[in-house]
Ligand binder design. Structure first.
Ligand SMILES: Cn1cc(CCO)c2c3c(c(-c4ccccc4Cl)cc21)C(=O)NC3=O
Length: 290
């Protein structure tokens, strides 16, 4: 028939998850496999525009970044009725931005242990993205999605606990890097920078020599904000002070953790830890995980 649409045929639209100038994202139930997905619907970008390149970057990046526990999984993308659709893994816990707003509303800070967990998990996601010679370039709370696994009670006699010693046990709360619309190659970048609140100065000066360290800078400010470092400035004196490495220490966090955050936003990218360095940093995990 004329109005056959893969979107409507294959999926039942449950609810809207968000929208913006990019288009809209819905929580959708796949009629056949019974699984829930997040599907972004956006207007077909004008051929040759930066929007088209971003749209293609996003799909290429997802295709290259197959399956990783800390990167939102991609399933499919298609075009129909003058729109583009991308079908991703649905994360049921909202975004880190939602969680930060919740903490600000209830006047509760995240504990140092909580923010260390987020930092370690996202560093693992960045380690994977950077190992594929890609950089994300838009790391921020709104692009980190949360998935909460049901509590699986493994009683010892059940023998269900992981038989493989080194099997990555499903974590109760999993943080995942999403929105790959700004992802670009580290070696021959076509940079369309993300949200200026989280970007290092060198990127705005169009110095693309060390894009992975731009992600580290953005992650540092993301964690600083999650730890209760108030809303970050978009410009002005405070914006420049942070880019001079002046990050006011957070009193409820340890000195060593404050120093780690400070090193992540160092004005000199070479002084910032790499994603690999972060995943091995004893401050984040006493027994440094692999
Ligand atoms: C606004 N919004 C809310 C959510 C659910 C969080 O609990 C969400 C998701 C995604 C995305 C998304 C971002 C960028 C590109 C494509 C998608 Cl589907 C947007 C999302 C995505 O890829 N997976 C999501 O769960």
């Amino acid at each position: 028939e004329i109005n056959t649409s893969r979107y409507n045929e294959e999926f039942h639209e449950v609810c809207k998850l968000g929208d913006g100038e990019f288009g809209s994202v819905h929580k959708c139930l796949h009629r056949l496999d019974g699984c829930t997905y997040a599907i972004k619907k956006s207007k077909t970008p004008v051929a040759g525009s930066v929007y088209e390149r971003n749209a293609m970057n996003e799909v290429y990046a997802h295709a290259v970044l197959g399956k990783h526990q800390h990167v939102v999984r991609y399933y499919s993308a298609w075009a129909e009725d003058d729109h583009m659709y991308i079908q991703n893994e649905y994360c049921n816990g909202g975004s880190l931005s939602d969680e930060i707003e919740e903490k600000q509303r209830t006047k509760k800070f995240m504990s140092e242990a909580d923010v260390k967990q987020i930092l370690l998990q996202i560093a693992q996601g960045l380690k994977y993205i950077h190992s594929q010679n890609l950089a994300h370039l838009d790391i921020k709370p709104g692009n980190i999605f949360i998935h909460r696994n049901p509590k699986v009670m493994l009683s010892p006699e059940s023998g269900l606990e992981s038989c493989e010693e080194d099997e990555e046990l499903e974590e109760a709360v999993v943080y995942k890097i999403g929105d790959l619309g700004h992802v670009t190659s580290v070696t021959n970048p076509t940079v369309d920078e993300g949200d200026c609140r989280y970007l290092p100065n060198e990127l705005l000066q169009e110095n693309f020599d060390n894009l992975p360290k731009c992600d580290i800078f953005s992650l540092g400010l993301t964690i600083y904000e999650a730890a209760g470092g108030y809303d970050l400035p978009k410009n002005g004196q405070r914006w420049h002070a942070i880019r001079r490495g002046e990050l006011p220490p957070l009193r409820h966090l340890s000195e060593e953790f404050n120093n780690l955050l400070k090193s992540m936003v160092d004005p000199d990218p070479s002084n910032r830890p790499s994603a690999v360095g972060l995943t091995q940093n004893p401050v984040l995990c006493p027994q440094a995980r692999k």
